[in-house]
Design a protein around this ligand. Structure first.
Ligand SMILES: [Zn+2]
Ligand SMILES: [Zn+2]
Length: 290
């Protein structure tokens, strides 16, 4: 027997019918959900059918017995928590929808994921609008959500604000979604290379085939470094957010190397190195999604 065919333990039935989470709802409860945090939530098969496309068909959850009031309803175990189900089910009523801007970030993304999973179109749309408006507030979560559910515009904007975030965050919020992680690494590679070119001048080899050193270059590099981002991570973040970099910054302190013949050439090489990287164009995150 394969692991998938192992019979699951039947979910526990409540003693009494749970209430519908929609305020003042008078419809009959004919299906019960058991949340992952152990709470029974009442719902209506017809509403599930009318307002969503991803819940189990009512035919699949017909009551097998009617020994108790709640026994008339099949209990269906879901992986969402009660708070998420309560909000989601409110979107499956002919009533005003809950205000998603009042949700915490965690609740918003849990709702958005559940809405996508069960195809509750009203909740999908409202969550999507909210996330799109506030990408900058939670870029990593927005990226992981948008990449998983194919919202390219949100993913590309969110990626630019996520390029310098720790990998652990991408893994956590994507729930180890391989396509997202793989695309993020490829997208990030471009910024790592460019940040390296921006922060580190190229080696200059002189006519004697030796690395050039002189008394001018140290002060020039110190002064120029003060105008650049302090770390690779900060440099990547700047590139991702601004989408460009002005290489004329290397000319600001060019007068400091007057008197050396090699250092001006080295500055020219630095500018060319950076401009060469910038000419490659910034890739869109979604260009790496397969
Ligand atoms: Zn109801
Ligand atoms: Zn020099």
């Amino acid at each position: 027997m394969s692991p998938d065919s192992t019979p699951k333990k039947r979910p526990r039935r409540p003693e009494e019918l749970p209430k519908c989470p929609s305020f003042d709802c008078t419809l009959t409860i004919d299906i019960i959900f058991l949340s992952c945090d152990g709470v029974h939530v009442g719902a209506h098969k017809q509403n599930l059918d009318n307002f969503s496309d991803g819940f189990p068909s009512p035919d699949l959850v017909q009551a097998p017995d009617a020994s108790t009031l709640s026994g008339r309803c099949e209990v269906v175990e879901l992986t969402e928590d009660a708070a998420t189900l309560n909000i989601l089910l409110q979107f499956m009523h002919k009533t005003r929808f809950p205000k998603v801007h009042e949700l915490s970030t965690e609740q918003l993304f849990s709702l958005a994921e559940a809405a996508e999973k069960y195809m509750v179109y009203s909740a999908m749309s409202i969550c999507n609008d909210r996330i799109e408006q506030r990408v900058i507030d939670y870029p990593v979560q927005a990226l992981c959500y948008a990449a998983k559910f194919h919202y390219s515009e949100i993913a590309d904007i969110a990626a630019s604000y996520s390029v310098a975030c720790p990998f652990d965050e991408i893994r956590k919020y994507s729930k180890s979604h391989h396509a997202t992680i793989y695309a993020w690494f490829q997208y990030r590679e471009f910024f790592i290379e460019l940040a390296d070119a921006i922060l580190n001048p190229p080696v200059y080899i002189n006519n004697r085939n030796q690395e050039h050193t002189c008394s001018f270059q140290g002060p020039y590099l110190t002064a120029t470094s003060a105008l650049l981002p302090k770390t690779n991570t900060k440099c990547m973040q700047m590139l991702a957010e601004k989408g460009t970099f002005d290489a004329s910054v290397y000319n600001t302190h060019r007068p400091m190397v007057h008197g050396c013949t090699a250092c001006p050439k080295r500055i020219d090489n630095w500018i060319a190195q950076v401009q060469g990287g910038l000419c490659k164009d910034f890739p869109a995150f979604t260009s790496f999604m397969t």
